[in-house]
Ligand binder design. Sequence first.
Ligand SMILES: *Cc1c(COP(=O)(O)O)cnc(C)c1O
Length: 421
Amino acid sequence: MHITQAHCQALDQQDTLAPLRDQFSLPEGVIYLDGNSLGAQPKAAPARAQQVITEEWGVGLIRSWNTAGWFDLPQRLGNKLAKLIGANDGEVVVTDTTSINLFKVLAAALRQQEAKAPTKRVIVSERRNFPTDLYIAQGLIEQLHAHGAPAYQLRLIDSPEELHGALGDDVAVVMLTHVNYQTGYMYNMADTTRAVHQHGALTVWDLAHSAGAVPVALNDANADYAVGCTYKYLNGGPGSPAFLWVNAKHQDAFWQPLSGWWGHARPFAMEPGYQPHQGISRYLCGTQPITSLAMVECGLDTFGQTSMTALREKSLGLTTLFMELVQQECSDHPLTLITPTDPAIRGSQVSYEHPQGFAVVQALIDRGVIPDYREPRIMRFGFTPLYTSFEDVWHAVAILKDILDSKSWDQPQFHRRGAVT
Ligand SMILES: *Cc1c(COP(=O)(O)O)cnc(C)c1O
């Protein structure tokens, strides 16, 4: 079937999620395909930020820790977020960054294993995992070894198919990103967790590209630990605090190592000795960035008006349409699709390699289509069903075709690199 603009318009007319776009502030003339890196701004966010600054801080002052609900915001937002990832109340906190949360849960998972099976000294992950995940594991391994523990080893697989071969009785923890940031490949969480458990290992899932993008069922999968971002598909704002989930059966097993006062059983008793809080609150460390944290709620509230099932259906519609249109319009250009075409194993992004990927992405941004670029040669297009339309996909591909056909990407300004790509 030849896909036309009218076909895309018809898809928009049938789309029951289309009205949700109006809840986001998107600049005129921009097709935003980078919600997987920084989500768009919910229209409710500026007013909420204003309220926190003017009323809660300006007038309420210190009283707002109690009267404006600042103190239990990590748990209250965690309960809202839990619904999107198949978790229950009391299992999630919104706090710190994904990198820091990963350090906390990885350390807790290793402690838990050390008590039971001290000969397990391997952490399995993927070479193509987001680098901070690997760096955090390396830093923790360094730290533990420096304090005299037998060394842990990071075992990296080169593709998801190698996972089963990497599992053995020496494996303590398998730390994977559910949806890969480069390729968009998505693991089957339940099957993978089952295989990991058969070897007596624990799972740490990074949901940075899953939360708000695909349905996640942490408890159904019997997963162990999870972390993720709120500034990507959850639209929490630049640098908004991340989240952390621990299976209820592990929550009280060990302390996490960043044993700050917010994780204490009685923070305001001001006792000299640390005693961990029961439950998920022990995963907090110190005082939270309240303005930024408060805005996470604006992003979460838009999800309250729909379901992950409906969002997933539209997301697959958008990514399938994009792949088909690129095939139809740009097949004589050197674009290599690196995202699985099988909907069961892909997230909400589509990635292509192109020898001049960086310059092509800059030329797209110049024309108002915003995807992003990741080394090496990867052009990444994120689709966010809350605010992306089918006609956006049509226009994005038409502009991509024009840039490739005309080679307009080959201008000096499109080869210049900034600090952030
Ligand atoms: C975006 C992303 C992060 C980011 O971590 P920060 O601590 O927020 O900088 C971590 N892991 C993965 C898999 C990501 O995609």
